[in-house]
Write a protein of this length. Structure first.
Length: 364
């Protein structure tokens, strides 16, 4: 039995040596050809190399080895058989392309989701959090690149589509990281007249981490014109504001704005001259729900008050009849005393929680 195994191994070794010699001969012929001819046989050469590699681990029967040895060119025969097999190499290539693309997308998504690390590298090192710091920094750099790319992509013929540029970046990185990267740059533009004072003041409200007293310049936006970047910052802040719910102060400010506009008109300014009218702020309407609008309406002290759009004009308007007194103050409702007393009574009458407090009688 041992002798049979040994003979089989010798046959396999002989086949491998014969195929290797055949490949050496093919290579010697190939390198002597013109470059164009070499390119024509590149795929064949690499596949023949793969076949030789497979011979090191494939298990063939003695009959199979012997059959291949009978051929003067076993390697060429195997290659020819392989090339005639019914399979689609492009499917494998396509799968490789798709897999690589999916990997890049997944890595990019993971990068975008990295939380902002708001401590220095020195702190991160001392607390075993260097990877979080580095991941955050990589995300900041990627966000910077995305901002510069978005600005470049949406600036054409001296016109900048700031809204589209901002949404491209925010969709990937969110407002927090986008604002962090923007603020880091705007904070360095204090003396630049192309950047608005409003944006400069806003940037100072965003705490940016310094490294040993110095600003991290690795994600500074340097390839975008300051004036265009200023437009991007303004739009980003505006888009963010529109997503925030209205506060009581916002509703009162809009009511005061409407009242002031109505009182400033000298003559009825509706198209037919029967009403005074004032336009609602588009930003207010974009943020307001029905309850917010109702609350604003309740502050305006007019019996004839109505809300309406106007044919041929954009926006929504508050209208009052021309004969109504426009110089009434806002109706600012104070908290109901009755409601406060009811709430206080309800708290007093509430049953005590077991184990929390006890009367003196219970303590006995």
């Amino acid at each position: 039995m041992e002798e049979i195994v040994l003979d089989s191994k010798k046959l396999t070794d002989a086949l491998c040596e014969k195929m290797s010699a055949e490949q050496d001969k093919f290579r010697a012929w190939l390198v002597a050809q013109p470059p164009e001819e070499i390119l024509n046989h590149t795929a064949e050469y690499t596949t023949r190399e793969d076949i030789l590699m497979a011979m090191d681990f494939i298990e063939l029967t003695e009959a199979q080895v012997s059959a291949l040895l009978e051929s003067p060119t076993p390697l060429a025969d195997v290659y020819k058989n392989w090339s005639n097999m019914d399979f689609n190499l492009m499917d494998n290539i396509t799968s490789a392309i798709e897999d690589r693309a999916d990997t890049v997308i997944r890595q990019a998504e993971e990068l975008c989701k990295a939380p902002i690390y708001k401590e220095s590298f020195e702190y991160a090192y001392q607390h075993g959090e260097t990877e979080q710091h580095l991941a955050s920094n990589r995300a900041n750099i990627a966000c910077r690149d995305a901002i510069e790319k978005a600005v470049s992509s949406h600036y054409r013929d001296n016109r900048f589509n700031a809204q589209a540029a901002v949404r491209d970046v925010v969709k990937r990185f969110g407002y927090e990281r986008t604002f962090y990267v923007l603020a880091n740059t705007v904070q360095t533009q204090g003396g630049d007249g192309r950047v608005s004072q409003s944006n400069k003041q806003w940037a100072q409200t965003v705490p940016v981490v310094f490294e040993r007293g110095k600003r991290d310049m690795s994600y500074l936006i340097t390839r975008t014109h300051p004036g265009i970047l200023n437009m991007f910052v303004s739009q980003a802040r505006h888009e963010f504001l529109l997503k925030q719910p209205l506060k009581a102060a916002d509703i009162r400010a809009e009511a005061e704005h409407i009242l002031k506009r109505l009182q400033e008109e000298r003559e009825p300014n509706s198209p037919n001259g029967t009403h005074y009218m004032a336009q609602f702020s588009p930003d207010f309407l974009a943020r307001a729900g029905s309850k917010d609008t109702d609350r604003l309406m309740s502050m305006l002290p007019f019996q004839s008050l109505s809300l309406s759009g106007l044919e041929g004009r954009k926006g929504t308007y508050a209208l009052i009849l021309k004969d109504e007194n426009r110089f009434q103050p806002l109706v600012l409702r104070r908290p109901s005393v009755k409601k406060k007393l009811q709430e206080k009574s309800a708290v007093s009458a509430a049953p005590s929680v077991p184990g929390k407090s006890r009367s003196k009688g219970q303590e006995r």
